[in-house]
Write a protein that binds this ligand. Structure first.
Ligand SMILES: [Zn+2]
Length: 398
């Protein structure tokens, strides 16, 4: 075991006495070995997590394990390389994560560790380290379907009308005909959000792919879609939302980037994967290759909380290449579909859960970032049960 000495402040890193930060063996472990990883989860890390949650700031400020190694394991997403538990969309599932197993997924545990480290330095050296402030809330939109009925062409419209009739969805048929005859604004129209809410710092992530089972939006050559993106680009940040089959396919991803470049005439720098499909290290390597600076995919579809244990941005470390990268990860904490489809939360449950997560983000100067879809209009059923919650984190214009 080697040790490194930190000159200022004076804390020995890797020593074993009470004045030192302990060096966790995993920090020296270059191999991605599942059995070793599991062993660590079962022993030191889980003990550390319990300790951190229950006694984070108790008087005895000697940490029970290596804080840096702990943060590194969470942020690098080590477990996603070695644990193969995925859902039907090949996504790492929240219940497989050790943060979930230790029941701390709803806590920004790495941020707590950071605070703890700051307290430790202060107690030992009287040096005050500042914890930078990030924006407190951040609404971001995924635009999978720019309009529900409009600008789809006669074939898709006729098919839609036929489907409404066969499935007896007469309310939807009525709405469809009203929209198509210009007697109602399309319910997914982005202007409806812009009219109601202060969305000045939002990001719109656009899906631009040929239609397939999972990517059902408008074709990227659709002139109305292009003009919508161009208009939004004048005021808002626009990101790319690569389609379902891009997480391990650089060519497909690059094609979709080209569509956006052709529309905006600038290379996209912000990304979020459609369906949150993310595979380590392939997806992030592809994004780096294509010039992406920030990725907003880090969070779970099946649960709320802190996938990497943090509410703060961090740089992705490529574990297989053992190298730092310039890709900044911007985690999100909550998604509309998670509340509605996966957790099936009612109004009160959603409000309580969001309030807890928000206050935890606040306690670490982090960001309560959430994903909403324009296709989940908050003023209409079934989404309106979340409107009171939504309105607490997004300023209304009225
Ligand atoms: Zn999507």
């Amino acid at each position: 075991m080697t040790s490194a000495k930190v000159d200022t402040p004076q804390i020995e890193y890797g020593g074993t006495d009470s004045e030192s930060l302990w060096l966790h063996p995993i920090i020296l472990n270059k191999a991605l070995d599942k059995s070793q990883f599991t062993a660590y989860c079962d022993s030191e890390i889980s003990a550390a997590i319990s300790y951190l949650v229950e006694q984070s700031f108790r008087d005895n400020w000697n940490p029970p394990t290596d804080l840096f190694a702990f943060a590194f394991i969470c942020l690098s997403r080590y477990e996603e390389y070695v644990i193969g538990d995925v859902d039907e969309h090949n996504r790492f599932i929240s219940t497989s994560s050790f943060l979930s197993k230790e029941n701390v997924l709803q806590h920004p545990i790495v941020d707590y560790v950071l605070l703890w480290f700051i307290a430790l330095v202060k107690a030992k050296t009287n040096v005050t380290l500042e914890l930078g402030q990030h924006r407190s809330t951040h609404l971001t939109f995924d635009i999978d379907h720019c309009w529900k009925y409009q600008h789809k062409g006669p074939v898709l419209n006729l098919l839609g009308i036929g489907k409404d009739l066969i499935t007896f969805r007469f309310g939807q048929l009525k709405e469809r005909l009203k929209v198509l005859t210009n007697n109602k604004i399309d319910p997914y129209d982005i202007s409806l959000w812009l009219d109601r809410y202060d969305t000045s710092d939002t990001i719109f992530f656009f899906l631009l792919n040929n239609r397939n089972t999972y990517d059902k939006g408008h074709h990227p050559d659709n002139p109305r879609l292009k003009s919508q993106i161009k208009t939004l680009q004048e005021t808002y940040e626009i990101g790319i939302h690569p389609g379902y089959y891009t997480m391990s396919n650089e060519q497909r991803m690059a094609e979709q980037f080209d569509y956006l470049v052709a529309i905006t005439t600038t290379k996209p720098t912000l990304n979020r994967q459609h369906y949150l499909r993310l595979k380590f290290p392939e997806t992030y390597r592809q994004l780096l290759q294509l010039g992406i600076k920030q990725d907003y995919t880090m969070g779970y579809a099946d649960n709320l909380g802190f996938r990497a244990g943090t509410s703060r941005p961090f740089y992705w470390y490529d574990l297989l290449a053992e190298t730092e990268t310039s890709l900044q990860i911007q985690p999100f904490i909550l998604m509309d579909m998670t509340l509605y489809k996966y957790l099936q939360f009612g109004e009160e449950q959603a409000e309580k859960a969001a309030a807890k997560l928000y206050s935890r983000c606040q306690s670490v100067n982090g960001t309560f970032r959430f994903i909403w879809h324009n296709s989940s209009p908050i003023w209409e059923k079934p989404w309106n049960k979340y409107q009171r919650m939504f309105d607490q984190y997004v300023d209304s214009k009225s």
